[in-house]
Design a protein around this ligand. Sequence first.
Ligand SMILES: [Fe+2]
Length: 480
Amino acid sequence: MTGKNSIEGSINEHNPYLHRKLYSPIDQELDILDCEVLEGHVPNDFHGSYVRNGPNPQFEPKGRHHWYDGDGMLHAVYVEDGRVSYRNKYIQTEVFEREKAAGQTLWGGLFEDPKNNPADMPIRDTSWTDVIFHNSNLLTLYYGTGVPYKVDPKTLETIGKETFKGKLLDKVSAHAKVDEHTGEMLFFDYFTKPPYMTYGVVSADGELTTCVPINLPGARLPHDMAFTKHYSILMDLPLFHDEEALKNGRYKIKFYRDLPARFGIIPRHGTSDQLRWFEAKPCYIYHVVNSWEDGDEVVMVGCRMPEPIPDISHIKRSDWVRRMSAIRKLKAYMYYWRFNLKTGKVTEGPLDDMVSEFPVVNLSYAGRKSNYSYHVLYSPEEDVSFEGIAKYDISTGAKSEKYLFGKGRYGNEPAFAPRINSKTEDDGYVLTFVYDEIEDRSELLILDAQHFSLGPIARIKMPQRVPMGAHATWVQGDQL
Ligand SMILES: [Fe+2]
């Protein structure tokens, strides 16, 4: 990005999210057939699309730029018959369209006072966080809760806001889930007034079939949820707003280490009074790995943060750029919880002592017993970047195999792509975008999930730089 932000002395002069090529925005929307294979070959026994969401500011920011302020942009590769094509497009959110018409940024970002933002939309919802596939379309989601945007999975054209035939009461959190066995989408929303949370289910054809209030003791900040064949799991975790500050219109987040982590288990189409709370050791969870039923127990595996607020006291308050990066390093560990529906007892414990995050599974196993998950590994550098991926196998006591991208190479949240007519859970491929800072080139890596540590079986050159982003998904070719 050129302009005043790159000029010496501007407030964002040293902001890596605008200037380091690993993160900085790109200008072009491309549609390229037959990408160049740099190494190996692309197998012809899988078919579909790996699509990843992430922030990519359209215009120069107004004030201090937070990485989360960018406009949502989707990058997608389509794999069919051993060939790869690439497309990227902005998500045409209301913010994006209004700013495009104005020719400039109208909203200040997370570091700036929302009182100066357009009064009808104080938060700059750009839908950059997650992308899922439901009812034949992609849905993009915003981390602070937002109205989902419906996007054509082939063209990446934004169709519009998805309100489920006008029935959506308000918003949807960053992470909604799709049960591939029923086609249903499960979601929650949270807000700062009682009841503080709602839980809902949307049918495979887009009807809102369940929407119930979830009474919490106060405003909470849940990020993810889980589901099994019959239940959904909602979270009341002890990382939330300082209530006094919130009353005065300020946001101050604290970890209340004397409070338990509470998990609310509700039948998928249940009512509020059917929800049962289970208490576990205090923690925060950004991302669940998977959940399933085992006899009388509901099992959940997730990336647990025992100390969710990193100590950044050594970084001066004025150094807001370094503080932003430091706070984004999620020190989370693979962990399990077992909630006994008969006795009400919870058993829990660590599965591994390695820091890993952004877990993904074979999506057809989501909500059902699974053994394998694929997590990113943080690089030791100060900016947030991923140096590799680990494949976990919990059937062997959460043993992991690792693949590191190599010096100056950084990855993204991967997705698992099953082989056509796959026979087993890990019968398929793991895909991720990697940016090579030395070569100034982005690649798509394809790894054979069953020979994971051997590294990619194919490296495909992307027609342009793909800046690091947020969440990703896989869409099966026969669904496109
Ligand atoms: Fe997330």
